[in-house]
Design a protein around this ligand. Structure first.
Ligand code: ZN
Ligand code: ZN
Length: 234
């Protein structure tokens, strides 16, 4: 058993990790090669308060909706536009439990943060309903937060936010029904959040209604500041 373990570890030390996208040798301590990393759909310009992708060279720092009505986030950042191959990596994490995808994506997110980012005190992954989490075995937002927190030295508070009622999968609903589907779906624990600067972590943000409902719960429980950190913005 010991010998087997030694051989297995030696194998890892000798062979560089392979790129999760093209299987070429990876570089820079991450499971991605330089060519694939350059080609990723990095989000070059996003709304500062909801991370919606803005046209390149847009004059305004905020999207039209945020100009009309401030969202419950103080700032928002997305590493990517929701496009291939990031979408496949997220699917790999979410539905095929390829946890290596979570490590890669979490690390890439940290590299995408602007240099002067005011880092939060704690990361709060958007929770799944306990029944869905039991079925999946893990929470993809929790996996991302784990690697973001590990890279940046920020702790995760999983008990800060709970999903108190099951909701339909947002992508199965028309946009107009998504806000009602998640309204009141979250409850935050004031002991864990009051007075704190938090970042809410999610994998994909589409209409942002889930993230808004979660951020609203954190604010009502007394959070001082809530930033939205999403891996990819649709
Ligand atoms: Zn590659
Ligand atoms: Zn916006």
């Amino acid at each position: 058993m010991q010998v087997y373990k030694w051989i297995k570890n030696a194998h890892f030390a000798l062979l560089p990790p392979a790129c999760l996208i093209c299987a070429a040798p990876a570089s820079g301590q991450m499971e991605i090669c330089d060519a694939c990393r350059r080609e990723l759909p990095w989000q070059s310009s996003g709304c500062r308060t909801c991370a919606l992708t803005l046209p390149d060279h847009a004059d305004a720092a905020h999207c039209r909706d945020c100009q009309l009505r401030a969202p419950p986030f103080d700032t928002a950042h997305a590493a990517f536009r929701y496009a291939s191959p990031v979408s496949e990596l997220i699917t790999g994490l979410k539905f095929n439990a390829r946890l290596a995808c979570g490590q890669l994506l979490g690390t890439l997110f940290c590299r995408s943060l602007p240099e002067k980012t005011d880092l939060p005190e704690r990361l709060i992954p958007v929770p799944l309903h306990p029944r869905r989490q039991a079925a999946r075995g893990f929470n993809q937002a929790g996996e991302l937060a784990l690697h973001m927190g590990g890279t940046l030295g920020i702790g995760i508070t999983r008990s800060a936010l709970v999903r108190v009622r099951p909701t339909s999968v947002q992508s199965d609903l028309p946009a107009r029904r998504r806000a009602a589907n998640v309204k009141g779906a979250f409850r935050a624990n004031p002991d864990a959040v009051a007075g704190r600067h938090l970042a809410l972590v999610d994998d994909v943000v589409t209409t942002s209604q889930t993230a808004r409902a979660a951020a609203t719960a954190l604010r009502r429980a007394g959070a001082r500041r809530v930033d939205l950190w999403c891996l990819a913005r649709a």
